[in-house]
Design a protein around this ligand. Structure first.
Ligand code: CA
Length: 231
């Protein structure tokens, strides 16, 4: 399967040029012309690499980078930032959650393609995310298996993603909107009931351990890490 590159760039000319050249190099390409749509697509489409313009309508490139680096699902996503000015570059270099590479406009499309290829090669030896253990619950992101007291739970892919996300963020209140955006990958305003339905199913499957998913009235859900069993 061809590797998948998402381009977030508001200037149509550059966007088209990037799409053309990346596709010609054999990549599958999706584009977004503003930051909000771009961020939505990052979580919805899970690209293999991201080409990110800095100055964007909606959320700007730095905000997007911060969101991407803040989520376990996307924190290792290779990102190339496009900047219009060297001054922006200075700001970026001091930025804590940096990009993997930078290009100053104007750049040659061929150079960009080469950088994307290099980044994807570097990121290949997959960084394995370790399994999460929360009390008797163990969530293994590699094998996508969940065990509770050593017994394997049968979950749908979405149930797995939701439980893994909740467990990863144990102790934090997560709003239905955030869960929709980061687990389902879209802004599904008005459809937050979807989250409730999945939580209800997860609780059924968790049986007696269901209180680990706590409802926080008016706010959302919180995963409560049980006390580690003493032996
Ligand atoms: Ca721009």
């Amino acid at each position: 399967m061809p590797e998948f590159v998402l381009v977030i760039e508001d200037e149509k000319e550059i966007r088209d040029l990037l799409r053309y050249n990346l596709e010609r190099a054999g990549f599958r390409v999706a584009v977004a012309s503003d930051g909000d749509d771009g961020l939505r697509q990052v979580f919805a489409a899970r690209p293999d690499a991201l080409v990110l313009d800095l100055m964007l309508p909606g959320q700007n490139g730095l905000e997007i980078l911060r969101e991407v680096r803040g989520e376990p699902a996307t924190q290792d996503l290779p990102v190339i930032v496009l900047t219009a000015r060297a001054a922006e570059m200075d700001k970026l270099l001091g930025f804590e959650h940096g990009a993997d590479d930078y290009l100053t406009k104007p750049f040659s499309p061929r150079e960009l393609v080469a950088r994307v290829q290099a980044l994807l090669r570097r990121s290949k030896p997959g960084k394995e995310s370790p399994a999460i253990q929360r009390g008797a619950l163990r969530v293994d992101a590699q094998s996508r298996e969940v065990t509770l007291e050593g017994k394997r739970l049968t979950l749908t892919p979405r149930e797995f993603d939701l439980l893994a996300f909740l467990a990863r963020h144990a102790g934090r209140v997560l709003s239905r909107e955030e869960l929709l955006r980061k687990v389902w990958g879209y802004d599904y305003l008005g459809e937050t009931r979807t989250v409730d339905v999945h939580v209800r199913r997860l609780r059924m499957k968790l049986g007696e351990s269901h209180p680990m998913i706590e409802t926080v009235t008016g706010a959302g859900y919180k995963f409560v890490a049980p006390e580690p069993a003493t032996s």
